[in-house]
Design a protein around this ligand. Structure first.
Ligand code: BV8
Ligand code: ZN
Length: 251
């Protein structure tokens, strides 16, 4: 797929670029999305699992669900879409990854400037005393109880109805309001306030480029929308950006 000339020009001069990613960027790493037909939510509803009162109502069920997802993420690895964003970090003067994902794959791919809006499944802490259990393997601690105080251990992620970490949200808002271009990759754009960020980009005069396998509520709002799997589309976009820069340098 060929980038339109106008977009190539914009990407040639872009200084501040942001990538907003959702579960779709990790789909090709074998991590199920939320709202697809085989998605995580197809069997169980988010409210039943991804909320604090669901956790208090049934800590064992919710903890086992996250432990199951931790195992899936640990067995998976970053795919060419994640690697393309590592390339972009080297190409653009200022590049930020803003992710809704908790699967830790952007960091494992090597992205350094990452805002994790919804936390990270590799981080956990005790509700009772705050003791950290980051990177913990809960083998042998199937009750997910704190060794120090016996309190419940919860994942350090953002559940529905919970506030996003202020520092991560501020970093994302900063990046969006000064972005020349925002790539919105593999998200159904239905979860707020993350879904607000492309609007911030447009309001501040930036361009929004969507990459998704299907239409989303964002598609008619985006300046450009490329349909296809993120790994394929992003690799092609990065190749063309590199090509345009080489030609521009007379290379
Ligand atoms: C808050 C962590 C309040 C947990 C997650 C009514 C209207 C508007 C808003 C609300 C409302 N009622 C409630 C709200 C607020 C609520 C919300 O937005 N609800 C939605 C569902 C309506 N938001 C919140 O509660 C947030 N907190 O608002 O605080 C507040 C305010 C003041 C004071 C106190 C409190 C917290 C939201 C965070 C929830 N936590 N995750 C966990 O992971 O278990 S959200 C969860 O959804 C994930 O983080 C996920 O990333 C996120 C978004 O989903 P997507 O990433 O988009 O994934 P999805 O499956 O939907 O889509 C995948 C896409 O990829 C698809 O488009 C598909 O086509 C595409 N795709 C698939 N394969 C590929 C691909 N694309 C490219 N290539 C491929 N190969
Ligand atoms: Zn404790």
């Amino acid at each position: 797929m060929k980038l339109p000339d106008e977009l190539q020009k914009i990407l040639l001069s872009a200084k501040e670029v942001v990538a907003l990613t959702g579960a779709g960027i990790s789909a090709e790493s074998g991590i199920p999305t939320f709202r697809g037909e085989d998605g995580l939510w197809s069997k169980l509803k988010p409210e039943e699992l991804a909320s604090f009162d669901a956790f208090l109502r049934n800590p064992q069920l919710v903890s086992e669900w996250y432990e199951h997802r931790r195992h899936i993420t640990r067995l998976s690895k970053p795919n060419p879409a994640h690697m393309s964003l590592v390339d972009m970090e080297k190409i653009f003067p200022h590049f930020t990854v803003v992710t809704q994902n908790i699967d830790n794959l952007h960091r494992r791919a090597g992205s350094r400037n990452v805002a994790e809006l919804h936390g990270n499944i590799e981080r956990n802490y005790c509700l009772g005393c705050g003791m950290r259990y980051d990177g913990e393997d809960f083998e042998g601690n199937e009750s997910f109880r704190c060794k120090k105080c016996g309190g419940l251990i919860r994942p350090d992620i953002v559940w529905f109805g919970e506030m996003l970490p202020a520092d991560q949200w501020n970093m994302a808002e900063e990046a969006a309001s000064s972005a020349d271009v925002m790539f919105v990759i593999g998200t159904s754009a239905v979860v707020y306030p993350a879904a607000e960020l492309p609007v911030t980009v447009k309001r501040s005069g930036g361009k929004v480029v969507e990459v998704n396998v299907e239409e989303t509520p964002l598609s008619r709002y985006a300046d450009y929308s490329f349909q296809g799997p993120a790994s394929k589309v992003l690799v092609e976009i990065v190749e063309q950006i590199k090509e345009t820069r080489k030609v521009a340098k007379g290379g």
